[in-house]
Ligand binder design. Structure first.
Ligand SMILES: Cc1cc2nc3c(=O)[nH]c(=O)nc-3n(C[C@H](O)[C@H](O)[C@H](O)COP(=O)(O)OP(=O)(O)OC[C@H]3O[C@@H](n4cnc5c(N)ncnc54)[C@H](O)[C@@H]3O)c2cc1C
Length: 402
């Protein structure tokens, strides 16, 4: 049996950043991270677009808006300090018709309200100077956004945590959590662990982990796969930096876009289709327990009823490279089906209410000896250090208060 004052379940970027910040805020407390995989950052944190988001999209006053704005600054500083590859190359959000132009102007206002500096509204001529192949009628330039190597961020966080005396135990899937007088007793694939305080950062499984700790699952995690194509090497001059569409405000997903990768190459995507497995990275992955969990949740059916067209459209686009390419051509008209080759995929952990609404904000639930992170979707990788700071502050207050 191992004991630790604080145990964090989940070695993704949010769990690691939380451990890193807890060690700074409460250096007297031992911190252990339990991760079920053989290494850290193997799920959302290692399978995403690798973009540094600055907080343009999020509702002013939301936790997301606040932590995204401080988070990107902290992430860029962390990467510079630890020599992690990153590039603050700026992004264009492109309006392709008059309706999108109205939404783009609203987005501009929102960005200003959220405290973003240096936003500029570009007419077509000015857009072409930055991205010579871009379509559309106008764009918003977000200068402080960029690209980064998130797996390297995770690896560096791991080194820093271990250097400061923390433990990261891999191959430690948490399968049981029991409340005991001193705190919690955890059953894992790597033996039993005891802790006084628990932090749940289990990403795609955070709702289940909260249930193991005695919570009722009011919101449920629904897995939305995001599929990518890569632009063939000979056509990579089509995109210089980051080209994004104007997002639909109803959905937290940003729409298929073009991303230059920090390791080289250009990615196009991701779409957003319901996955039949919480860790289903390919179309044929099926996990019966995950599927049952989704189809028995009224929220899924309410969501599908409300968003029939969008859901059907995403499904069709997932099955058709031609339709995928058509969406991309709205942003870069010259891109052709034959320029695209298969890319990877990631699965988003998206919390949904029983009424079928997607939870937009980051969602933390505090209990006397536990804190559950129950929704940490994009831009939680960018904002991870700020999320870690916030969670660590709440945990320190709770531990200090008892
Ligand atoms: C396709 C896609 C594109 C995205 N693009 C961006 C982007 O460009 N920029 C950005 O900022 N964000 C982006 N995001 C969002 C970002 O990747 C996530 O918000 C972030 O990685 C969440 O981190 P996490 O630590 O909460 O989750 P995860 O990285 O999923 O980590 C959770 C960890 O918990 C572990 N775990 C689960 N259950 C257990 C258990 N029972 N016992 C032990 N361990 C367990 C898992 O193995 C996993 O390692 C994107 C996400 C996706 C899917």
């Amino acid at each position: 049996m191992s004991t630790s004052r604080i145990i964090i379940i989940g070695g993704g970027i949010v769990g690691l950043a939380t451990a890193f910040k807890l060690q700074r805020q409460c250096p007297e407390h031992a911190v252990t991270v339990l991760e079920k995989e053989p290494g850290v950052g193997r799920h959302q944190s290692g399978n995403n677009s690798g973009v540094l988001h600055a907080g343009l999209y999020y509702k002013p006053g939301s936790i997301k808006a606040r932590l995204a704005v401080s988070g990107i600054r902290e992430m860029v500083a962390f990467c510079s300090e630890h020599k992690i590859p990153h590039d603050v190359c700026g992004k264009l959000v492109v309006a392709t018709d008059d309706a999108e132009l109205v939404r783009l102007r609203a987005l501009h206002e929102r960005g200003i309200q959220n405290g973003l500096l240096g936003l500029s509204f570009l007419e077509r001529e000015a857009m072409l100077e930055i991205e010579p192949h871009v379509g559309g009628i106008a764009a918003l330039r977000v200068p402080q956004e960029g690209i980064v190597d998130y797996p390297r961020v995770c690896a560096t966080l791991q080194q820093q945590i271990e250097k400061a005396g923390g433990r990261i135990v891999t191959g430690a899937r948490v399968t049981g959590i029991r409340s005991i007088s001193r705190g919690w007793l955890l059953q894992t694939g790597a033996g039993e662990f005891e802790s006084e305080f628990l932090v749940n950062c289990a990403g795609l499984h955070c709702d289940r982990v909260s249930e193991l700790a005695g919570e009722t699952r009011e919101v449920r995690i629904l897995p939305f796969r995001g599929e990518y194509f890569r632009i063939k090497a000979a056509r990579q001059d089509l995109v210089r930096h980051l080209i994004y569409p104007v997002p639909d405000p109803v959905f937290p997903f940003l729409g298929v876009h073009f991303t230059r990768l920090i390791g080289g190459g250009i990615e196009a995507g991701p779409n957003a289709v319901l996955a039949f497995s919480r860790e289903g990275y390919s179309k044929t992955d099926l996990n019966l327990a995950d599927l049952w969990d989704a189809v028995t949740f009224p929220g899924l059916w309410n969501f599908l009823k409300k968003h029939k067209r969008m859901s059907w459209g995403e499904f069709q686009r997932s099955c058709s490279k031609r339709l995928f390419c058509q969406s991309l051509q709205k942003l870069v008209p010259d891109v052709q089906v034959e320029d695209l080759e298969p890319g990877g995929a990631g699965v988003r952990a998206q919390a949904m209410t029983p009424g079928g609404d997607l939870v937009h904000d980051f969602h933390f639930v505090s209990r006397p000896r536990a804190l559950h992170v129950l929704n940490a979707p994009s831009p939680a990788a960018t904002a991870s250090l700020a999320i870690g700071e916030e969670v660590a502050r709440r945990v320190a207050e709770m531990i200090g208060a008892r």
